[in-house]
Design a protein around this ligand. Structure first.
Ligand code: NI
Length: 245
């Protein structure tokens, strides 16, 4: 009988010990499981931080285009264009003619105040590469002076009329020459639809588009081009931002 009791006690003791050990093992597993979850959440946090970092890098890779206007300012069409650009929160570059600035100082001031870049397109719209250096200098200096009087800003960029300049030669006054990569032919076409066709599907990152803010059709086309480029994910910038980027 005593033997039987001993066996029962032993069995009970073994069962108890077993259950205690199993409980211990179970809590150990829970502990391991918890630390695994912790590790995974840490990894997720790191991954999301990396994605944030990549997003910052991606913002530097935004496609950029500069839209530029020559031969202005024009009292009617430049004003309409500035209204349209302001509505769209877009900055452009205006290569102005010195001879037109004096009568349109308010427009120049507005360009400056609204964040556009003002460049030099000579005083009389002359072919600079055919002129003596002193005359070229006067064409550019007189224009810079007119712009400075209107705005307090002296242009640093010049677009030679007809693109006519020896590209290896510096411009007087250390001005930087700016050409274009897309000629819309707006001055010849005088038709907003046709001008649009010279841009749609042809632009790519870094392009400089040439237009003239002295024709109604060009201003209409310009604003449609801006809408199109924004829908295509382009950021519209001034030429200095494009060149310095
Ligand atoms: Ni021109």
């Amino acid at each position: 009988m005593k033997e039987k009791i001993r066996v029962v006690v032993l069995v009970v003791a073994l069962c108890l010990a077993g259950s205690v050990w199993m409980k211990h093992d179970y809590s150990k597993r829970i502990f391991q499981y918890e630390s695994e979850i912790k590790k995974e959440s840490q990894m997720l946090t790191q991954a999301s931080a990396q994605i944030d970092g990549e997003a910052t890098v991606a913002s530097k890779d935004i496609k950029k285009i500069a839209i530029t206007f020559d031969d202005g300012p024009d009292p009617i069409w430049t004003e309409k264009l500035l209204d349209g650009l302001a509505e769209r929160n877009v900055h452009a570059t205006f290569f102005v003619l010195g001879k037109k600035v004096a009568e349109n100082e308010a427009l120049l001031k507005r360009m400056q105040e609204e964040g556009h870049l003002i460049g030099n397109h000579s005083y009389n719209h002359v072919q600079l590469n055919r002129l003596r250096e002193a005359v070229v200098k006067k064409e550019l200096d007189d224009t810079n002076e007119q712009v400075y009087e209107a705005t307090g800003y002296r242009p640093e960029y010049v677009r030679p009329p007809y693109g006519a300049w020896d590209k290896k030669k510096d411009c007087p006054g250390e001005m930087m020459t700016v050409y274009w990569t897309i000629d819309t032919m707006d001055w010849q076409l005088l038709d907003a639809d046709k001008v649009m066709k010279n841009v749609v599907g042809k632009v790519s990152d870094g392009d400089i588009i040439l237009l003239h803010d002295v024709y109604e059709s060009s201003v209409d086309a310009a604003l449609r081009i801006v809408d199109y480029l924004q829908e295509e994910g382009y950021e519209l910038v001034t030429v200095d931002q494009l060149i310095l980027d």
